[in-house]
Design a protein. Sequence first.
Length: 95
Amino acid sequence: MTAYWITVYKEISDEAKVAAYAALAGPALRAAGGTFLARGLPELTYEAGEKSRTVLIAFDSVETARAAHDGAAYQQALAALAGGAVRDLRIVPGV
């Protein structure tokens, strides 16, 4: 079953670290089977919506997404981010 990796950036304190993270994370997540579906600021927000940078990535399964997150290549990307942003990252199974 498809799974969706959803990241919302709550606060960005260091754009250079976010850029270094993105340069490593994109290739790492694609190599692990992820397909980027959306990335950027929302065009519209409703209810309690926030104008926060959001990333949506599809994986074949929750297990594949977990393996991508826990893999060495993505962990290297996280190390590059180190304190550059506060994010909410969740992996949600598709329906």
